[in-house]
Ligand binder design. Structure first.
Ligand SMILES: [Zn+2]
Length: 91
């Protein structure tokens, strides 16, 4: 599963996981009944290295469980597959 930070048409934001960005968008829209901003090719969703609050949906691994919401600055970290800081932004 990959995690994405997305912006909805009402301006609210959230983190959702999926196989792809489109999969995550569909899951998020289904659960929130909201629409992710942007067109099909320019949707407002970016990969995020770690989960962030608020979580819309997250894969619950049968052994490892859910990953903690380590990212505290998703607006700065969005689009990065690794945290730009040396220590994930829990500090
Ligand atoms: Zn971060």
């Amino acid at each position: 599963m990959n995690g994405y930070w997305m912006i909805f048409e009402d301006g609210s934001r959230g983190y959702c996981e999926g196989q792809t960005a489109y999969d995550a968008k569909h899951i998020a829209e289904h659960l929130t009944k909201k629409k992710v901003k942007g067109s099909y090719t320019e949707m407002q969703a970016w990969v995020l290295p770690y989960p962030a609050e608020p979580v819309i949906w997250q894969f619950d691994h049968p052994i490892a469980g859910k990953r903690p919401t380590y990212c505290h600055t998703p607006e700065n970290c969005k689009g990065n597959t690794g945290c730009p800081r040396r220590v994930a932004c829990t500090e």
